[in-house]
Design a binder for this molecule. Structure first.
Ligand code: ZN
Length: 129
């Protein structure tokens, strides 16, 4: 199943936990993976506390300084590609008793590195055997 997400800024964070939970079919136990279908957006799990989200955005900016990257000659967004290479493009979450087994403070976050754009996430679930 795919989820579409609109981002609002060049670097942005969107809490997609509820959308992912809604995409999980009715299985008791298993695993859910969330994969970002892009090269300049990432997915992570962290606390969706507003001040922390501000800190994460600031931190993401420091992951790659604007510089004279070779890829910039093509489309000017090498820093976004480099940032998402470090942040990662998929996560997995256990499913227990029909629910995403996230910790109390854990949320699934789409991290935009070259927005604003419309992004697509693929949610795949595998039942435990
Ligand atoms: Zn590019």
């Amino acid at each position: 199943m795919s989820i579409r997400v609109e981002t609002d800024d060049s670097i942005d964070i969107v809490d997609v936990t509820d959308q992912v939970a809604a995409a999980v079919p009715d299985i008791e136990d298993g695993v859910c993976t969330v994969f970002v279908n892009h090269t300049t957006a990432a997915v992570s799990i962290n606390e969706a506390e507003p001040q922390l989200l501000t800190d994460i955005k600031q931190f993401v900016e420091t992951l790659s300084a604007s510089d004279d990257w070779a890829h910039d000659a093509l489309d000017g967004n090498a820093d976004a590609h480099l940032r998402t290479s470090l942040l990662g493009r998929s996560i997995s979450v256990p499913i227990r008793n029909g629910e995403l087994a996230l910790g109390t403070w854990q949320s699934i976050l789409l991290i935009e590195c070259d927005g604003p754009r419309t992004r697509s996430l693929t949610v795949t679930t595998v039942p435990a055997v």
